[in-house]
Ligand binder design. Structure first.
Ligand SMILES: Cc1cc2nc3c(=O)[nH]c(=O)nc-3n(C[C@H](O)[C@H](O)[C@H](O)COP(=O)(O)OP(=O)(O)OC[C@H]3O[C@@H](n4cnc5c(N)ncnc54)[C@H](O)[C@@H]3O)c2cc1C
Length: 286
């Protein structure tokens, strides 16, 4: 499977909320398919201290071969790799917008985004069918009675692209957890989309989402549910929908975007591995 790899250079930096940086990149190379569908995921490669740009293996038609070459780079030079969502491609250009949650200096991605300046360079791997969801939200929504989207601020870029893709007339309920009121941002979407903002206000990540969804008087019928954000909260939400609300497993698309107190480089837990196995079984089943 082909794996697009390119360098991207910061063109503009804006704060869309106090804790969200929208960074516009100029990509060296970009296929026409980039930005053409919602929820496109990329891996960004961040330089190590002292490097102007990350060290990257070149583009290849062999994704596994590329990853092996990446792992063969000595650890002190190997870029940190983190997952992000393409928020938007500017029409007719190679400009891409990505929204970064600024959660502090604890992670290389957040620390980089806090200080990003025009001219800074990252590597970008993907988007690729390898990371894409096998489910198309528009076809899943077309057969569901309504659509439920639940996520924290790291999921807002994906939620926005999905809302933009859904047709008028779709009945949508969104639960979005952010730190406080200043972190709320305007969401696009069909008229009538019901958005419930939840403020963390010191609670553990995802807790407000779990409480609010469990207590909600949700619309009747079977939803298509899309869940993303802190991994253990996503797991709890999925269990609640399937076990307590009777939503079919196949109608719940879920993704742990980050793990409280773990970095993306830390080894997966048994629960992470179980989620990954289920997702790949689903992808194989089509
Ligand atoms: C498919 C996918 C799409 C994603 N899209 C986006 C996106 O568009 N924008 C975005 O900002 N993030 C997105 N994420 C989440 C992002 O990849 C993680 O937050 C990642 O851990 C950030 O890397 P880091 O180097 O900043 O922190 P890491 O080095 O991974 O972690 C360092 C510490 O920070 C904590 N941490 C990590 N992320 C967060 C967070 N969001 N809030 C609070 N604490 C955190 C960890 O628990 C850890 O203690 C996406 C993830 C996936 C899997």
């Amino acid at each position: 499977m082909s794996l697009p790899v390119t360098f991207v250079q910061v063109a503009e930096v804006a704060r869309i909320t106090p804790r969200t940086a929208r960074i516009t990149f100029q990509a060296e190379e970009l296929d026409a398919s980039v930005g053409a569908s919602p929820d496109q995921q990329v891996k960004l490669c961040f330089p190590r201290p002292g490097q102007d740009a990350p060290v990257l293996p070149g583009r290849t038609d062999d994704a596994m071969g590329w990853y092996q070459a990446y792992l063969a780079i000595p650890q002190a030079e190997r870029p940190w790799m983190r997952s992000f969502t393409l928020r938007r491609r500017r029409p007719g250009s190679r400009r891409l917008e990505i929204d970064f949650v600024l959660h502090g200096d604890t992670g290389p991605a957040s620390a980089w985004a806090e200080r990003a300046r025009p001219g800074d360079r990252l590597g970008m791997v993907g988007p690729s069918a390898m990371y894409a969801s096998p489910l198309s939200i528009t076809s899943a929504a077309a057969v569901a009675d309504w659509v439920l989207m639940v996520g924290d601020e790291s999921a807002l870029p994906a939620i926005c692209t999905l809302l933009e893709a859904l047709p008028e007339g779709t009945d949508i309920v969104v639960f979005a957890e952010v730190e406080d009121r200043a972190e709320e941002q305007p969401l696009p979407g069909p008229a009538g989309t019901a958005v419930r903002w939840l403020h963390r206000d010191g609670a553990a990540p995802g807790r407000r989402l779990v409480e609010a969804v469990a207590a909600a008087d949700l619309p009747a019928g079977t939803p298509f549910a899309w869940l993303a954000g802190e991994a253990s909260a996503v797991r709890t939400l999925r269990r609640h929908l399937v076990e307590e609300r009777g939503v079919p497993k196949a109608s719940v698309e879920f993704s742990g975007y980050w793990r409280h107190r773990f970095t993306q480089d830390d080894a997966p837990t048994a629960e992470d591995l179980a989620d990954a196995r289920e997702k790949s079984a689903r992808a194989e089943a089509g």
